[in-house]
Every structure is written in C-alpha cells, then in structure tokens.
Design a protein. Sequence first.
Length: 175
Amino acid sequence: MRASIVLTVIGPDRPGIVEQLASAVAAHGGNWEQSRMAHLAGQFAGILRVTVPNDRVADLHRALDGLANSGLRVVSEASAVAGRATERSYRLSLVGGDREGIVRELSRTLAARGVNVEELDTRCESAPMSGEQLFHAQALLQVPATLEVGELQKTLESLADDLMVELKLVPLEPR
C-alpha cells in the first residue's frame, strides 16, 4: 500500500533543487505525482504530491528534513486523496487594474458561499497601451451542489463591478 504525501518547499533559488527533491523521493521508492513550482523574488517555492510505500514514509520525512543542510525548508504532510462527488468544478478568470484587496474580497465572497479554491494563479503585468498595472487571476473552484450557480454568478458579477474588474466563471467537465 502507498501513502500520499504533500510537500511544500522553499529556499534560495539555484540549479539542482528539483533534482535533490526527485532523488530523495526516488531513493525511498516514491513517485512524483503532481507539482507546482516557481521562482518568486529570488526564492524557489514549490508544492508537490508524491506517493511512497507506507513502510518508507518515516524514512522519506527524515531525508526531506535533511535537505535543510542545503538551504531548503521542506514541510511534508500525509494526505488522504478523496474526491468530493457532490461538488462541481468551475474555472474563474479575472483581470482588472491592480489594487490592494482583490484576492481578499474575492476569497471572502467565495468562502461565504462554501466554494473551495483548489488552485489560484495570479500575476501583475503592464497593460499594452497605458502601462497601467493589470492584475490577472485564474482559479479552479469547487462549488457545492447545494449552491445555485445563478446566484453565485450574480454575486460574482456584483463583486466584479465593485472591484472594477472583468470576471468570467466557466463550468468544467467532471473529473
């Protein structure tokens, strides 16, 4: 039987970090399942899910803790992999002038309705003509079956007007 482990990793960015992680996982009979990694302000930041034989979990945790000697901080947690069949998946896209509070207001609105943000990718970039800073967000949402999507759409449209952003909510095919 195999355990699913979620890792978060941060440390000064340099070549070889991914190889260090992959080697530690492989040395313990593990398999790299999913990951997201980025260079942020000179730091390597990553989150990944691996599976490893149950009898090797403790050894993998110790090996990952040992990466602190090379400047990496790794937090590893066992995870249950379970789907929520009563939820529906949606992709949310948002773009508008950058200002403080956009993520806070959006996440507050979603949380109040029981919507789970499974993934969130954000970035700022200069607008092509004006040079104004534009904020872009893409999110994968899990919407409870009990929530009327029309009500959610109206609420998000009202929020978009308040924030002066464009917002789209698109249903995704069931996984």
